[in-house]
Design a protein around this ligand. Structure first.
Ligand SMILES: C[S@@+](CC[C@H](N)C(=O)[O-])C[C@H]1O[C@@H](n2cnc3c(N)ncnc32)[C@H](O)[C@@H]1O
Length: 387
C-alpha cells in the first residue's frame, strides 16, 4: 500500500470517524486498580481541576502520583491522546520525510505520562504498512507511577517492531534530563502533548532549545496542547521564539507570516475532532471515555518547506490559510465569515453555502481547517484533505 493521506485515513478512520481501537481500550481496562466508584469520583475531580484553569494564565499544578489519579486519567483521557500521533502523521503526509520514511526512526515524547502518545505510536507502527520499520521511542516524564503504568500498557500491546526507553526525569531541570533526552538523538519526530500546560515559561524555553539540538536535520516537532489562556498565549510566544531558534512553521501557521498578535494575546487556532471509542469495562461497569479531542496544533521543522508549498503546488490560483469560524459554525446562515491567517496576513473570508448541503463537509468550515479561497475572498474552493 502506498503511503499517502488517503491510505493513512483508511487506516485510522472507520466510517469517516477517527476510532480508538479495541486493543488500546482492552490494554487500559486490564491495568486499572481502583474500583469504578472511586474512579468516577476522581474523574470528576480531574475535570474540575482542568476546567478551573481554562481562564488562568499559569501552568496547571497537578500531581500524577496516586493510583486513583492515574487510573482516572488512563480511562478518561489516554484513549483520546492515542489519536495525536495519527493526526500528526496525517498533517505531514505530503511531506517528503514521510514519503521517504527510513527503515529505522527514533521519536522523543516529552511529558509522556501514562503513554497516550506512545500507545498511539505503537498502534500505528504495528500496522502492516509500517511493520518493516524499526521504531525507537524515548519517553520522558517526572511521574514514576505514570511511567510504570505506561510500561504495563505497552506490555499489553505486544508490538515487536517498537522499542520504548523510559526515563523518570524532571523536564524543568536541564541538568537532570539532558542525558536522557539525548539517549536516542537525533530524533525524526519530537512530540509534546498536554504537557507544556504544566510547565513555566523559562523551563519551556530551555526545553525547546535542547529539543532543537536533539532533532534530526529533516525532523519535525509537534506541540499539541488543550486550548486555555496559558497555552493559547504560549502558542503566540513560541511562534516567535522557535523562529529565532531557526525552526520554521510547517503546519498550520503560514510561513513568512508575521503573527500580528501581541505578546499578551492568544492564538485562536485550535481544532476539535470527535472520535469513536468503546466504553471501558471495569468490574462489570462501563466507564465513558472523552470523545472529543480539542487541541492547539503546531508543527515546526528546520526546513522552510511547509504545508502551504504543497497546497500551492496543487492549486496555484487559490490563496490558502487556516480558518476560525465566527459564531456558531453549525448555524444555517447562508453566508459565514471566517478569520483566516494566510501567507499574506490575516484576512476575512466570506463563504456562501447552499442550505441544502448544510452540515456537508463542503458546507461547514471547521475551526482549524486549512482552506483555499479565490482572490475576492468570497468563496472557499478547496480544503486540505485532513478536513
Ligand atoms: C496531562 S499529562 C499528559 C501525558 C501525555 N503526554 C498525554 O498526552 O496523555 C501531563 C504529564 O506531564 C508530566 N509533567 C508535569 N511536569 C513535569 C516536569 N516538570 N517534568 C516532567 N514531566 C512533567 C506529568 O507527570 C504528566 O504525566
Amino acid at each position: 500500500m502506498e503511503l499517502n493521506i488517503n491510505s493513512l485515513q483508511e487506516l485510522f478512520l472507520k466510517k469517516g470517524d477517527f476510532t480508538v481501537p479495541q486493543i488500546i481500550t482492552d490494554a487500559v481496562s486490564s491495568c486499572i486498580q481502583t474500583n469504578p466508584e472511586n474512579i468516577e469520583k476522581e474523574i470528576v475531580r480531574l475535570e474540575q481541576i482542568y476546567s478551573s484553569y481554562i481562564r488562568i494564565d499559569e501552568p496547571i499544578k497537578l500531581d500524577y502520583l496516586d493510583e486513583a489519579t492515574i487510573d482516572a486519567y488512563t480511562i478518561k483521557y489516554l484513549p483520546r491522546n492515542t489519536l495525536i500521533p495519527k493526526i500528526f502523521l496525517l498533517s505531514f503526509a505530503e511531506h517528503s520525510v514521510l514519503r521517504n520514511i527510513p527503515d529505522e526512526i527514533s521519536i522523543l515524547d516529552l511529558g509522556s505520562g501514562t503513554g497516550g502518545v506512545v500507545l498511539g505510536l505503537l498502534d500505528m507502527f504495528r500496522q502492516p504498512l509500517f511493520s518493516k520499520i524499526k521504531v525507537k521511542i524515548a519517553a520522558l516524564d517526572s511521574s514514576a507511577p505514570s511511567i510504570e503504568r505506561q510500561k504495563n500498557l505497552i506490555q499489553k500491546m505486544d508490538v515487536s517492531n517498537c522499542e520504548v526507553h523510559h526515563f523518570v526525569v524532571d523536564l524543568s531541570k536541564p541538568k537532570e534530563y539532558l542525558r536522557s533526552m539525548m539517549h536516542l538523538a537525533p530524533y525524526n519526530y519530537i512530540i509534546t502533548a498536554n504537557f507544556l500546560t504544566e510547565l513555566k515559561s523559562s523551563p519551556i524555553n530551555d526545553l525547546l532549545v535542547n529539543a532543537r539540538e536533539a532533532l534530526s536535520e529533516d525532523g519535525l516537532i509537534l506541540i499539541a496542547e488543550a486550548p486555555r489562556l496559558y497555552t493559547c498565549k504560549l502558542m503566540v510566544r513560541l511562534s516567535r521564539f522557535l523562529l529565532e531558534l531557526g525552526l520554521n512553521p510547517f503546519y498550520p501557521c503560514p510561513p513568512d507570516f508575521e503573527c500580528k498578535k501581541g505578546i499578551n494575546e492568544q492564538c485562536w487556532v485550535w481544532f476539535e475532532t470527535n472520535f469513536q471509542c468503546p466504553d471501558i469495562s471495569i468490574a462489570g461497569e462501563e466507564l465513558e471515555v472523552t470523545d472529543v479531542l480539542k487541541t492547539t496544533w503546531s508543527i515546526y521543522c528546520n526546513s522552510q518547506y511547509s504545508i502551504y508549498d504543497f497546497l500551492n503546488e496543487g492549486d496555484p490560483d487559490l490563496s490558502w490559510g487556516i480558518a476560525t469560524p465566527y459564531g456558531n459554525e453549525f448555524s444555517i446562515k447562508e453566508e459565514m465569515n471566517y478569520e483566516v491567517c494566510t501567507t499574506k496576513g490575516p484576512k476575512t473570508v466570506t463563504h456562501t453555502r447552499e442550505k441544502a448541503i448544510f452540515r456537508d463537509k463542503k458546507s461547514v468550515i471547521l475551526r482549524g481547517a486549512i482552506i483555499g479561497f479565490d482572490s475576492n475572498s468570497r468563496a472557499v474552493k478547496a480544503w486540505h484533505p485532513l478536513w
